[in-house]
Design a protein around this ligand. Structure first.
Ligand SMILES: [Fe+2]
Ligand SMILES: [Fe+2]
Length: 307
């Protein structure tokens, strides 16, 4: 497909590239989690998910990870199309797995709530790539946000500081609603996989974060409805994001060093790393919105790889 050079906004394409580098990896890691979670008696499901995972990871390693920022617009635009051609079927495969899990045809350690969370993140990413291409974005309902009939903006992070004030307002409340839910669910997952009493310290902190994140969704809804309290919401959300990010990194490092009581929790270290990276992503979004200088993470994730 030929697109005239002057019709392509370079910032949008670079914005899409940032997101493809971040979320592309997230998308295939979700398939790794599904692969490791199926009942070991179900060899067929393990192999089917494994084949799919390998395909997406291979695409990422060959076509997304090595792409430099100097890549011409035409190539980047074509890459967004190729990415959607890989990510949308992966999203549909996750949706298929979720239906099978919910119907009890696939026995997995991943429950339907977590399976649905993985789909929402993929839909968010698809929305960002579509936004960069001038295509329709998902509705808020698809992304698990209040006021569901409206289309969500799903603006790539790089574009946030360039939005006009109305769009920045909407995009900010949407980011806060979407990511507060995502991280509230991460915190809930940590409460599920840690042992009462023995790992009480981690479990109680996670429980507190779960509550704070879900309360923050309500605060964002109120700001959107009344048009007041925007600056306070941005400040509070940035602080909450930083606190949860630091907690996530601490848990991640402790898991990799077997430093939690009993040495391990009932979840994979890669999941802790994945959650820590997503937490850093939320901090990055809030930094770009507030114009504050980037807050570096307390340490690098265990699996460095990208961004
Ligand atoms: Fe994820
Ligand atoms: Fe997540």
């Amino acid at each position: 497909m030929y697109i005239r050079k002057e019709d392509i906004n370079r910032d949008l394409l670079l914005g899409a590239l940032d997101e493809m580098k971040f979320w592309g990896r997230i998308v295939f890691e979700h398939l790794k989690f599904h692969r490791q979670a199926v009942d070991p008696g179900n060899e067929r499901a393990f192999r089917a998910i494994d084949r799919y995972e390998a395909q997406v990871e291979k695409f990422y390693n060959a076509y997304i990870f090595p792409v430099p920022k100097s890549t011409p617009n035409q190539t980047l635009f074509y890459l967004t199309e190729q990415t959607l051609n890989v990510v949308i079927p992966a999203r549909n495969f996750k949706s298929f797995l979720n239906k099978e899990i919910a119907a009890c045809r696939l026995l997995s350690l991943i429950d339907p709530d977590l399976a649905e969370h993985l789909i929402r993140e993929t839909d968010y990413f698809i929305g960002q790539v579509r936004y960069s291409r001038g295509e329709p974005t998902p509705t808020r309902a698809v992304l698990g946000m209040p006021d569901g009939a409206r289309r969500a903006l799903t603006v790539p992070r790089r574009i946030l500081p360039r939005l006009n004030s109305n769009m920045l307002f909407t995009s900010t409340v949407e980011n806060i609603m979407f990511f507060s839910r995502i991280h509230g669910e991460h915190a809930r997952h940590v409460t599920l996989v840690t042992r009462p009493k023995l790992q009480e310290d981690i479990r109680l902190q996670a429980e507190e974060f779960e509550k704070l994140m879900f309360d923050n969704i309500e605060k964002a809804e109120k700001v959107e409805d009344t048009g007041t309290g925007f600056d306070e919401l941005v400040d509070d959300s940035l602080n909450l994001a930083i606190q949860f990010r630091d907690f996530s990194f601490t848990v991640n490092i402790a898991l990799h060093e077997c430093a939690v009581p009993t040495g391990r929790v009932n979840a994979w270290p890669l999941l802790a790393d994945h959650i820590a990276r997503e937490a850093q992503y939320f901090v990055d979004v809030m930094n770009r919105i507030s114009g504050k200088s980037p807050t570096p993470p307390p340490d690098t994730p265990y699996y460095p790889y990208i961004i």
